[in-house]
Structures are given as structure tokens and as C-alpha cells.
Design a binder for this molecule. Structure first.
Ligand code: ADP
Ligand code: GLC
Length: 487
């Protein structure tokens, strides 16, 4: 079984801003349960240290250019036996709040240094340059924050294999040339064949150029990012590396997201005993201050309020939506403009639309359980986890056909319903008329109790647990090692 060093900038329940946190907090555990020897490395952010509980210092690494060594704090991912290493360097990581943004919502000014440091620590651990005896066969990094890991390891003669996973190509970690100089990277890497991207340093490109193997989080997104529309300027490079790029669908933590055991819900329920869902709907309507009404179709949304998620489309479609006999609840945080616009609309449509701005894990679970339908009109969606949670919770997803949404939701055409395959409502164009038509289709189906039950149950019976995808990652690690060793 391969030994894997999993390097990430977030992992639930230590620190989470979105789906990467969910994945990094559950995939390593799934790999471990298949027999792999996995260690998880992330920065010792202040909140992560608090949440980690018992920690002990197991190594102290000198890093070139730093006045003090980086300590490695070892603990266990809460609720699991997985070993976690927190890279402790207080000037970089001992700060409150979001791992990437300051209190004003701006990127921390020293992000390049903070995540270059994470890459140096990963490299030192991977090469056995510390007291820690354990050495990985594969170092698996995630998103731009770990893009320098394959670069630094690539400078070494003897090194583990590297895998780099793109969770979202839109966030690239771009910095000015002077940052490249300040990071003291080998000068030869300043080239369009390496780390330079239109006269900027790109951490994402670094990972894409130098990793032995590339993955992303759904098969459709793996194809999409090789096109100019979704490639964010990196599609040419991705086409060039297509033989080393694959899409592996994310799984979900099915103990954390299980309506039968979910501790956040008013009432637990399951595919076999779905009656409890109704109590969650009434509780959710009350929690949001909407009229409690079993007969009003309730649509839920949870997510980062950014253009990716189609929030502008929802805002543009609101007048039409609010003409229909439905209620809409939304939980999210993100760009100030969207937050303000949504609050204003909620004040206007008091009994129909309720908005909570903020981050609230429990409320996210209650929306998944209490809503009848879950809306994800994303402009692009590498995988998306909320639609998977919705399926499990019997909350029919209404999604745009993009990325992982296209791979996980089967449209409720009459034929798909008849064949017992339909799990949601899928629309194509990111325009108001298409979104409204999809919602209308969902409302018509909702009134047809027989079809609706069938769609709900088909969704609830899907298996999106990690087992299958974790096995795919294991196969990929083995294949990467075979290619690297030329066998
Ligand atoms: P992304 O990673 O692009 O944000 P995903 O659908 O993959 O999208 O994952 C989002 C994760 O973050 C889900 O677990 C979702 O419940 C959670 N989430 C997003 N926004 C919030 C919020 N405001 N409050 C609570 N959980 C949130
Ligand atoms: C990203 C993507 C999302 C994906 C998540 C986890 O944040 O936006 O689609 O599910 O990463 O891979």
C-alpha cells in the first residue's frame, strides 16, 4: 500500500471555507480505511490549532530565509485516527479567521510567502529532512496553495511521485514578478514553460506544469478545463498534459451527511422512513421567519456568494421566481455586492424569500434536510458537494448542466422518470428564462406526488460515498509510481 502525504490549505473540521475542506477532511480517511498510510499536512492556523485538541511537537525544520524553524505539531483529525501535521510558524499562520482573507475580505498580503512556506515544509517532510522517519511514496497537493510542491520536489534527484488536484481553476494564485524574486525560486523557472503566466507568477500553473499526475474533481470538468471557455487561460497547457489529466468525482462523508443520524436536524429520517422530512421543513420555515406551510414548495440554496455560483442569475430571476407559489431560503457569504443585493430583496419579498448572510454549518445541514428542492445554477462547478448532500437528503436538486453537476444529477425527463433514473432537474443555458423554466418544471413535478416521490427516492438511493472514488485515487497513485519508476 502506498504512503501518501496529503498537503492542503484546509480540512474539515479543522478549517473549511468550501468543498476543498470537505474533501481534504474525508478523502484521506477513506484512503486510510482502504489500507493506505496517509498523513495530512496543513498550516497551523490559530483556529485549526484550537480545534485539533491534543498536539505534540514532533519535528523542527529549518527553512532557508526564515529566522526561526517551522515546528511540526502532530495530532489526529478530530473524530478519526488519521495523523495530522500542522506546520507551525506563527508569523505566517497564527491569525484569526479565514485562511486566505483578512477581516476586510482582502487576500492576506503575504499569501505567496505563506503558501510557499507550506510547500517548503511539505518538501522537507517528503524528503525525510527532519526527525520524522516516515517517508511518502506520493505527495498529493490540492489547488494553487500547494502548486509549488511539485516544483520544489522537481528540483530533487530522488523524490516521491507528485499528484496535483485542481478543485477550482478560477483561483490561480497570481503574484507579481517581484514576488517570484522574493521567494528565491530558481531563476530559470521564470519562463512561460514554467511558472510565468502573462508576466505574473502563477502557483496554479506551477502545479500543472510540474506534477507527475494531474486530476480534477469530475470527469466533465476535466474535459471542460481543456477548452477556452473554462480553461482560464490554462486550457492550452491542460491539453498539452491531457494524457496525465483525469477527473475523479468527489465523494461525500456519509456519516457527517446522513439524514438518519444528522445531529443538526429537528427530526432524523431516511429513504425507508422519509416522514420526518416534513418536520424539518416546518422547522426551517420557522427558523427563517417564513410562514410555516407544508404546501408551499421550499427551495434552498447554500454557498459562497461569488459569480461561479450563478448568484447574479438568481438575482435577475427573482422577480419571476417571486411570482410563483414558492418560498426560497438562502445561506451564504462572499462578495459584498451580492450580500447587500440579496438582503435588499429579502426585505422586499418578506414572506417568500429569506436570506442569512454568514457561515453556519448547522444551518447548511438544516437547509439540506428542510427544503424540497435545492438550487445550484452554477456558471461552472468543478464537482459541487451540495447537490450530493441534497440527493442524500431527498431534496431534489435543480442544477445547471456543468462540471460535476452534469455528472451527478440525472434530469427528470419523462423517460428518465419512467426508467427510475431521474434524480433532479437539469438546465443548460445560464439565462433567466432557462432557470425559470427549470423551476417551473420542478414545481409541476412536485405537484405530481407519485413522480416526486420516485425522484426523491432514486436520489436518496444513490451511492456517493468515498469508497469508489478513493479506490480510483489508489489506482492512480499506483499507476503514477509505475510510470515514475519506468515499469
Ligand atoms: P465550493 O467548494 O465551490 O464552495 P461545494 O459545493 O463543493 O462548493 O462545497 C461547499 C461546501 O461548503 C459545502 O459543504 C457547503 O455546505 C459549505 N458551505 C458553503 N457556504 C456555506 C455557508 N455560508 N455556511 C455553511 N456552509 C457553507
Ligand atoms: C471547489 C469547487 C467545487 C468542488 C470543491 C471540492 O471549491 O468549486 O465544485 O466541489 O472544490 O472539490
Amino acid at each position: 500500500m502506498p504512503r501518501i502525504l496529503f498537503v492542503t490549505s484546509e480540512a474539515h473540521p479543522l478549517v473549511k471555507t468550501g468543498g476543498l475542506g470537505d474533501v481534504a477532511g474525508s478523502l484521506p480517511v477513506a484512503l486510510q480505511s482502504l489500507g493506505a498510510d496517509v498523513r495530512l499536512l496543513l498550516p497551523a492556523y490559530r483556529d485549526a490549532v484550537t480545534r485539533a485538541g491534543k498536539l505534540k511537537t514532533v519535528a523542527s525544520l529549518p527553512v532557508a530565509g526564515l529566522e526561526a524553524p517551522v515546528k511540526i505539531l502532530e495530532g489526529r483529525l478530530p473524530g478519526t485516527t488519521l495523523i495530522v501535521w500542522l506546520a507551525d510558524f506563527p508569523p505566517a499562520y497564527d491569525r484569526p479567521g479565514n485562511p486566505y482573507l483578512d477581516a476586510g475580505g482582502q487576500p492576506w498580503p503575504d499569501n505567496a510567502m505563506r503558501f510557499a512556506l507550506l510547500a517548503h515544509v511539505a518538501t522537507a517532510l517528503a524528503l525525510g529532512r527532519s526527525r520524522i522517519q516516515w517517508r511518502p511514496d506520493v505527495v498529493h497537493g490540492h489547488d494553487w496553495q500547494t502548486g509549488l510542491v511539485p516544483v520544489l520536489l522537481g528540483q530533487e534527484k530522488t523524490r516521491p511521485a507528485t499528484v496535483f488536484t485542481v478543485h477550482n481553476l478560477a483561483y490561480q494564485g497570481l503574484f507579481p514578478r517581484r514576488t517570484f524574486t522574493a521567494l528565491a525560486l530558481p531563476p530559470g523557472l521564470w519562463s512561460p514553460e514554467a511558472l510565468e503566466f502573462h508576466d505574473q507568477l502563477s502557483f496554479m500553473k506551477a502545479g500543472l506544469v510540474f506534477a507527475d499526475q494531474l486530476t480534477t474533481v469530475s470527469p466533465t470538468y476535466a474535459r471542460e478545463i481543456q477548452t477556452p471557455e473554462f480553461g482560464d487561460g490554462l486550457d492550452g497547457l491542460l491539453r498539452h498534459r491531457a494524457a496525465r489529466l483525469s477527473g475523479i468525482l468527489n465523494g461525500i462523508d456519509d456519516s457527517e451527511w446522513d439524514p438518519a443520524r444528522d445531529r443538526f436536524l429537528a427530526r432524523n429520517y431516511s429513504a425507508g422512513k422519509p416522514q420526518g422530512k416534513a418536520a424539518n421543513k416546518l422547522a426551517l420555515q420557522r427558523e427563517f421567519g417564513l410562514p410555516p406551510d407544508a404546501d408551499a414548495p421550499l427551495i434552498g440554496m447554500v454557498g459562497r456568494l461569488v459569480a461561479q455560483k450563478g448568484i447574479d442569475l438568481v438575482l435577475d430571476t427573482l422577480p419571476g421566481l417571486m411570482h410563483r407559489p414558492l418560498q426560497l431560503v438562502l445561506l451564504g457569504s462572499g462578495e459584498a455586492g451580492y450580500e447587500t443585493a440579496l438582503m435588499q430583496q429579502a426585505a422586499r419579498y418578506k414572506d417568500r424569500l429569506a436570506v442569512r448572510i454568514g457561515y453556519d454549518e448547522g444551518l447548511a445541514h438544516r437547509i439540506e434536510a428542510g427544503a424540497d428542492m435545492f438550487l445550484m445554477p452554477s456558471r461552472f462547478e468543478p464537482c459541487g458537494l451540495n447537490q450530493l448532500y441534497s440527493l442524500r437528503y431527498g431534496t431534489v436538486p435543480i442544477v445547471r448542466r456543468a462540471g460535476g453537476l452534469a455528472d451527478t444529477v440525472v434530469d427528470a425527463t419523462p423517460e428518465n422518470i419512467d426508467r427510475g433514473k431521474a434524480t433532479g432537474v437539469v438546465f443548460q443555458q445560464p439565462v433567466t428564462s432557462a432557470l425559470l423554466a427549470a423551476v417551473d418544471r420542478a414545481l409541476t413535478l412536485w405537484r405530481d406526488a407519485g413522480s416526486w416521490k420516485k425522484i426523491m427516492h432514486t436520489g436518496m438511493r444513490q451511492d456517493f460515498s468515498w469508497r469508489h472514488s478513493a479506490e480510483e485515487y489508489l489506482r492512480l497513485y499506483r499507476q503514477t509510481l509505475r510510470i515514475k519508476h519506468g515499469s
